[in-house]
Design a protein around this ligand. Structure first.
Ligand code: SAH
Ligand code: SF4
Length: 359
């Protein structure tokens, strides 16, 4: 199997090109061709000499994930199923807006964290992704949109997997994506979301250069959080928030807290008031995510009234709180729906109706 180049940083590329007897500047040209030009054919890497292109053809591969299927949503979102070199599949989501696109990347195939409301949890951990497989998702999907790409790209590490349980590969991928000589996606446009792995948060706090950081809080008491996210038994709320307070925020940066609203479970006014208390003195922004339906899970979508009342309590207490309406629900592309589902499953309307039928 020829060596994969996507995922190598400049030093590693330099090592390769030196072994091939090439001058030092070749590594920079190759880095640029791979990450900035998104050139996915060695023969067309015009900045490289013919003999090196031929050598790359023979002795190297890009190692890009292959697009296996596209599930386009009515709202413009596309869920991609990508096949990795070893045959495993993962998902990546493309979300276009007027002037930018947001890419939602996976950091693991499946996920070992057993959050009870999330479809990815049902896959279990298949394996960690390499840095190349994380960056490769972005390169493959951007290349698929060379005709309708917007000027700016945002990245959220919110696909399959828990990024802080695959720390080194994730951070390497973030650095590669942020490199001004490469993809040039500013660190402030890359968001890492975690279910709350305290040692990982502590490590992140010590990084000189890190992406934006979001914590999936999802509940306001340890009892409730442990029932929804068993990882909370290991890293309870107080320890989590303490670790988050140690992450030095840049000017104007806020810690993002995500809060999935599960109808009748954690969406009551008492929950909202407890959330106000928990976030006192924390420079934060709260994203409320109405639960996206997952087949066979015992939760329901919150009512619009409950979502709005929840937000109102937060806002009246001076918190920045937004309702994040998920995209791509009709093709199982929304938060927590990534489980390699074959067909569109349940829409929000269906979920509500089914729930009403059940009660
Ligand atoms: N593993 C990381 C990132 C991927 S999950 C994490 O847990 O943070 C991305 C977000 O989707 C998290 O905030 C998670 O709480 C949320 N989520 C999971 N399942 C969901 C569902 N069914 N509906 C809405 N949001 C969900
Ligand atoms: Fe994993 Fe995040 Fe889903 Fe929890 S919510 S199971 S951490 S992907």
């Amino acid at each position: 199997m020829p060596a994969a180049l996507i995922g190598l940083d400049l030093d590693e590329l330099r090592h390769r090109t030196e072994q091939w007897g090439e001058p030092a500047y070749r590594a920079r040209q190759l880095f640029h061709a791979l990450y900035a030009e998104g050139c996915h054919d060695f023969r067309r890497m015009a900045s490289l000499p013919q003999r090196l292109r031929e050598r790359l053809e023979r002795e190297a591969s890009l190692g890009l994930p292959r697009i296996e299927r596209r599930f386009p949503s009515a709202d413009g979102t596309t869920r991609y199923v990508l096949r990795l070199g070893d045959g495993k599949t993962i998902e990546t989501v493309w979300m276009p807006e007027a002037r930018r696109q947001t890419l939602c990347l996976s950091t693991q195939a499946g996920c070992p964290v057993d959050c009870h409301f999330c479809a990815t949890a049902q896959l279990g951990l298949i394996r960690n992704l390499t840095a190349g497989e994380i960056v490769g998702q972005a390169l493959a999907v951007l290349a698929d949109h060379c005709d309708d790409r917007r000027p700016q790209t945002n990245v959220v590490l919110m696909g399959q997997g828990e990024p802080l349980l695959n720390y080194d590969a994730t951070l390497k991928a973030v650095r590669l994506m942020a490199d001004p000589q490469g993809m040039n996606i500013p660190l402030m446009k890359i968001t890492l979301s975690t279910s709350g792995i305290v040692p990982g948060i502590r490590r992140l706090a010590r990084e000189e250069r890190r992406p934006k950081f979001a914590l999936s809080l999802n509940a306001t008491t340890d009892e409730q959080r442990s029932a929804l996210m068993p990882i909370n038994r290991k890293y309870p709320i107080a320890a989590l928030l303490e670790a988050c307070r140690q992450v030095p925020l840049r000017p104007r940066e806020r810690l993002t807290l995500e809060y999935v609203l599960l109808g009748g479970v954690n969406d009551t006014p008492e929950d909202a008031r407890r959330l106000v208390a928990l976030t006192r003195g924390l420079r934060s922004k709260i994203n409320l995510i109405p639960w996206n339906a997952v087949p066979n899970l015992p939760y329901c979508v919150p009512t619009n009234e409950a979502v709005e009342a929840f937000q109102k309590i937060l806002r009246q207490a001076g918190r920045l709180a937004f309702i994040r309406r998920s995209r791509g629900q009709d093709v199982a592309a929304a938060c927590g729906q990534l489980a390699l589902l074959e067909t569109p499953v349940v829409t929000r309307a269906h979920a509500l109706r089914d729930h009403r039928l059940r009660v």
